[in-house]
Write a protein that binds this ligand. Structure first.
Ligand code: SF4
Ligand code: SF4
Length: 83
C-alpha cells in the first residue's frame, strides 16, 4: 500500500515538473534572433503574418511589439537562429 502511495507521489511530481517546463514557442515570453546563427536566408520573413520580421543588414530582426508568438518563424529557420 505504501509503495502505491510513493508511486502516485512520484508520478504527480513528474506531471508538475512537465507542466512547468514544457512550453511551446507561442507560450514563451519573447523571441530572440541569434545574429551569429542567422544566415539572412529570409525564410522567416514571408511566414510572419504579423509583419513583425524585417531583414536588416542580412539579419532577421523581430519587432516584439508586433510579434504574436505564433512560432512559425522558429519552424522554418534552417539555422535554428530564432528561439
Ligand atoms: S513568432 Fe510568429 S508573429 Fe512572431 S515573429 Fe515569428 S512568425 Fe512573426
Ligand atoms: S529563417 Fe533563420 S536564418 Fe533565415 S533569416 Fe530568418 S532567422 Fe535568419
Amino acid at each position: 500500500m505504501k509503495q502505491n502511495h510513493l508511486i502516485l507521489l512520484l508520478l504527480s511530481m513528474l506531471l508538475i515538473f512537465a507542466l512547468m517546463h514544457c512550453t511551446s514557442p507561442s507560450e514563451q515570453a519573447t523571441l530572440s534572433v541569434d545574429t551569429k546563427q542567422c544566415s539572412g536566408c529570409t525564410n522567416c520573413f514571408p511566414v510572419c503574418e504579423a509583419d513583425a520580421i524585417r531583414i536588416i543588414a542580412n539579419k532577421a530582426v523581430i519587432d516584439l511589439s508586433k510579434c504574436v508568438k505564433c512560432g512559425k518563424c522558429v519552424e522554418v529557420c534552417p539555422e535554428n537562429a530564432i528561439y
